[in-house]
Every structure is written in structure tokens, then in C-alpha cells.
Ligand binder design. Structure first.
Ligand code: MG
Length: 367
């Protein structure tokens, strides 16, 4: 089986809430997503998706996905998409870095491998653990009283994990965390995710200000060293995200005991192949994970569901269902949330069929 064409659609994903805001005044109201197709000489077509969280979250931006595909795709024609390690080796030889560009192609090739073998991607990634995958809800940064109302609304929809977008004024953030914790039953987990937004002294004030509360602290500061300093001065469970963008950083953070949970995003690490490698390493090292992506729609949500569902349950801290945040459905068969949980499809591959009428024109076409 050979790759004979790689193409992509650009699709806009407006949010159900007006906008999604996080630290430093950053916000997005319409996500710019790229749905990547890989077509083979057998007629099988696989799909992947890459959707950066705007151009200012990670070193990734939406037009960069498309530009990168135009650069990379000609080097991949003729490769066997089922040979995912060889495919990744080929991508890394043709284009240095730019993991997010490679992510959509890699996901599409896992979709093909699943279709070709008649197996769901979660089976190929190690097997299905448990009945379903527990979800968290990200709570956009707004004044504390609005945030707490949103937490209450999603709690009533069945979510049991919440990620508050903090990383703003430390005193307001302390208010946000206190107000949210107060309305959540004890078994619910609350994460305060600063998305690199606090300086070190601000982070130190916040962790002291919420010392009596059951709350996880995620990526308080910009650099790894600042986060480590905060980590060493608090006993809150600690999550690293933005800084863990490679296996090297994962191993370094493990050696430093720098985190209790790590956030693995598929496009941050370069696709399912590389994120599954990081996932397996975390399982071996005893580190729990948030398994997700930067953003996306139905296809991203399906990829997350397969990776999460193939992870032992005790190491799955949480995942998310991005397709429930946006107004547009780009594919049939994607996981749908039920009471704060989702499950990976039992169909071959990712188990999704893109809606061609929604995807619109092809904007990258290499054959
Ligand atoms: Mg995070």
C-alpha cells in the first residue's frame, strides 16, 4: 500500500460560548482547523486534524500547518502509511521540528492502518481499558462570579473534572479557585491552569493563598525552572503542560520529580505515534496523564478518545471532548459526551467519516 495523495481542508470551528480566554488576555472566538487526508493507491483514505490554540499558545499556527504540509507531503508520496515508524522517520528526515505539522498526517495514517486491518485505533495502540474515558471541562477565564456559574452548569451536565483558566491577577485567581472549589462536591477534581501566566512570585502567592484547598496547580510559569521552584514550595498536586514538548523534557521532569501529572497533547508531540510513545513511558514511570490536544473538532476528539481509551485507567487523569465546545460537526461517528465521559469508537480506524459538505474546498493538494 502506498500514499498517493495528501490533501487538506481548512475549516472554521466557532465556539458555543462566545470566546475561549486564558492567561495574559489571550482568546479565540473561531478556531481555524486543518483536516488532513491521506489517500492510498488502494482507495483507502485516512483523516487527521490539527488545530492550534491560536498562534500564541504553543509554537504553532493554523497557516503554518498548511504551509508545512505543502513542504512535507511531496517527500511522503510512495511510503506505506501502515508503517507508522518508517513514516515518522521519513517525516523527521524531510522536515526538522514542526511536530504539529506532522501530527495530522500521522493520525491519518493510523486511521488507514485501522481500516486496513479492520481494527479500531485504540486496539492498535495497546487495547481498550475500561468502559469509558473521563472528561474535564475547561472553564474560560472570566470574572470569578461568571466562572463559578459556568463550573456549576458543567457540573450539572455530569462533568467531574474542571480546569479553571487562571494565570491572571493573583488575587482574582485566588478568588476564582476558592469560589469554584466551594461549589464542587469533594470527589470532583479542580485544576487551576495558569498556562504560563504567573511570574514566580505571583505563583508563590497563589499557592499559599489556596493552601487549604484541594486543587491541582498546572503550568504556573513560563519556564521549566520557574515551575520547578514553585513545585518545590507547594504540596498541591502539580501538572506540567507547555514545557513538556519532547521525551527529553519528560525524562528530565521525571528525574527532577517536577510533576505528578503531565499533559500530553497529540499535536504538541507530533502525532499519535510519538504521543503513544510518551504515554507508554509515563505508564512505565508511574506518571498520570491528561491526554488531549491543543484544540480541534470531531476528528481530534476521536484521536484523543482512542489514545486515552488505550491507556490504563489509573494513569488517565483526564481528557477532553473538544467537539462539544464548537458549533460545527466535521465528521460522523465521533465520540459524543455522556455524563462527563466519552468512548472510542469500535469501528475500524478512528471510526469517523468526514462531512464533505462541511469541510469545503481543498486548500492543500499534493499528489
Ligand atoms: Mg494546560
Amino acid at each position: 500500500m502506498k500514499i498517493r495523495r495528501i490533501f487538506a481542508h481548512r475549516v472554521e470551528l466557532p465556539l458555543k460560548e462566545d470566546s475561549y480566554k486564558w492567561s495574559g488576555g489571550k482568546s479565540v472566538s473561531v478556531f481555524d482547523s486543518t483536516v488532513v487526508g491521506v489517500e492510498t493507491d488502494t482507495g483507502l483514505v485516512g483523516y487527521g486534524e490539527v488545530c492550534p490554540l491560536g498562534p500564541f499558545y504553543l509554537p504553532a499556527y493554523a497557516d503554518g500547518v498548511r504551509a508545512g504540509l505543502r513542504e512535507l507531503a511531496p517527500h511522503l508520496l510512495g511510503l506505506d502509511p501502515r508503517e507508522t515508524a518508517k513514516l515518522n522517520h521519513g517525516m523527521d528526515a524531510a522536515l526538522k521540528g514542526h511536530p504539529y505539522v506532522k501530527s495530522g498526517i500521522d493520525i491519518a495514517c493510523w486511521d488507514i492502518l485501522g481500516q486496513a486491518t479492520g481494527l479500531p485505533v485504540c486496539t492498535l495502540l495497546g487495547g481498550r481499558f475500561g468502559e469509558s474515558v473521563r472528561l474535564y471541562r475547561a472553564i474560560s477565564q472570566t470574572p470569578p462570579d461568571v466562572m463559578v456559574q459556568n463550573v456549576a452548569g458543567y457540573r450539572d451536565e455530569g462533568y467531574t473534572r474542571f480546569q479553571l483558566k487562571v494565570g491572571g491577577d493573583p488575587d482574582t485567581d485566588i478568588e476564582r479557585i476558592r469560589a469554584a472549589r466551594e461549589i464542587l462536591p469533594a470527589p470532583c477534581r479542580l485544576v487551576a491552569d495558569a498556562n504560563t501566566g504567573w511570574t514566580q512570585h505571583e505563583a508563590m502567592r497563589v499557592v499559599r493563598g489556596v493552601r487549604d484547598l484541594d486543587v491541582y496547580i498546572e503550568q504556573p510559569c513560563l519556564t521549566y525552572e520557574e515551575c520547578l521552584a514553585v513545585r518545590r514550595n507547594t504540596n498541591h498536586p502539580f501538572v506540567l503542560d507547555e514545557n513538556i514538548d519532547s521525551l527529553e523534557m519528560l525524562l528530565r521532569a521525571k528525574a527532577d520529580l517536577a510533576m505528578d501529572v503531565v499533559n500530553l497533547k497529540i499535536s504538541k508531540l507530533g502525532g499519535l505515534t510519538k504521543t503513544a510513545l510518551a504515554r507508554d513511558l509515563c505508564v512505565s514511570m508511574g506518571i498520570a496523564m491528561t491526554i488531549e490536544d491543543s484544540w480541534g473538532g470531531d476528528i481530534t476528539t476521536a484521536a484523543i478518545a482512542h489514545l486515552a481509551h488505550s491507556t490504563p485507567e489509573e494513569f488517565r487523569f483526564t481528557s477532553t471532548d473538544f467537539n462539544s465546545y464548537v458549533t460545527v460537526s466535521t465528521a460522523e461517528g465521533a465520540p459524543q459526551r455522556e455524563q462527563g465521559f466519552m468512548r472510542a469508537s469500535n469501528s475500524p480506524g478512528l471510526g469517523v467519516q468526514p462531512r464533505q459538505d462541511v469541510l469545503g474546498p481543498v486548500v492543500v493538494d499534493v499528489s
